[in-house]
Design a protein around this ligand. Structure first.
Ligand SMILES: [Zn+2]
Length: 106
């Protein structure tokens, strides 16, 4: 009796120590960045969302309690239910629909 069980200490490694890039809800590339900047309004911050691949660009105000991941969740939710354009204002449609054949020769 009295055998001691050795506790195995699991080292928890933080997988995403600096999650800089999120997956873009529009093009699916992991090139989406979320920046939080100061806002003129107290208790608020400006969220700046950009995708380096499809050119998604969004700025909107968020409560300052929100983290970047929260902002990202907002964006991906909005993209999911199709209201991304409302948040981002102008969202250019990229790679959708038939491209107009612009061919100039001569
Ligand atoms: Zn994108």
């Amino acid at each position: 009796m009295g055998r001691r069980r050795r506790k195995k200490v699991k080292k928890v490694r933080r997988v995403a120590k600096t999650t800089r890039y999120f997956q873009c809800p529009r093009c699916g590339s992991f090139t989406l960045t979320v920046d939080l900047k100061k806002s003129e309004n107290r208790g608020m911050r400006m969220a700046l969302v950009r995708c380096g691949t499809c050119g998604l660009y969004c700025t909107f105000e968020v409560p300052e309690v929100l983290e970047r991941i929260d902002v990202y969740n907002k964006i991906s939710d909005a993209a999911y239910d199709g209201s991304l354009g409302e948040i981002c204002g102008e969202v250019e449609a990229v790679g959708e629909g038939p491209e107009p054949a612009v061919q100039e020769e001569g």
